[in-house]
Write a protein that binds this ligand. Structure first.
Ligand code: GDP
Ligand code: MG
Length: 163
């Protein structure tokens, strides 16, 4: 376990899909750990020869619109503070939405190291979202398809130096 990576972003962008792909069945039992609620899932990730801890910000799915912003902010801040690196995920098909800007603000202020990932970018999908992502001011985005496993070698390349 060389470093920890938190996957953050608004609901439905594909965070848990990536978490599941990285963790496979190696899901850590987090219920007994103090300070870790079910809103944050932790697992042992495997990507090529890399082994690291991955944190999924789950628990936002049932939030109502009214409560979502506050909960997203709190949960994201907790994950950001726990992790060495944050993978900020947006949906390349939906493009950059106002909620994504909220995350970008939190990350710019708080995160030690951020990787910007544009998900749902299988094939040529998500190209417009990819170009929009530059406007978030987080740096150069990475194209991913968590569902289809595309872009994983690029993710490996940015994580390798951190190991
Ligand atoms: P989360 O709320 O951010 O954890 O998002 P989920 O991982 O639950 O995924 C939300 C939806 O997006 C699900 O229906 C996934 O199957 C779908 N999804 C996730 N990754 C991809 C992807 O790379 N491509 C496409 N087309 N759909 C995806
Ligand atoms: Mg999820």
């Amino acid at each position: 376990m060389s470093f920890s990576l938190a996957i953050v972003g608004r609901p439905n962008v594909g965070k848990s899909t990536l978490f599941n792909r990285l963790v496979g069945r190696r899901l850590a039992l987090v219920d007994d750990q103090p300070g870790v609620t079910r809103d944050l899932r932790e697992g042992e990730a495997k990507l090529g020869d890399l082994r690291f801890t991955v944190i999924d910000t789950a628990g936002l799915e049932e939030a109502t619109d009214a409560s979502l912003q506050g909960r997203m902010r709190k949960l994201t801040e907790r994950a950001v503070d726990m992790a060495d690196v944050c993978l900020f995920m947006i949906d390349g098909r939906a493009g950059v939405l106002p909620a994504d800007e909220v995350f970008a603000d939190i990350l710019r202020k708080r995160a030690k190291h951020v990787i910007l990932a544009v998900n749902k970018a299988e094939g040529k999908a998500g190209e417009s979202g990819f170009l929009e992502a530059y406007g978030l001011g987080i740096g150069e985005p990475l194209r991913l398809s968590a569902e289809h496993g595309e872009g994983m070698p690029d993710l490996y390349d940015v994580l390798k130096p951190l190991a």
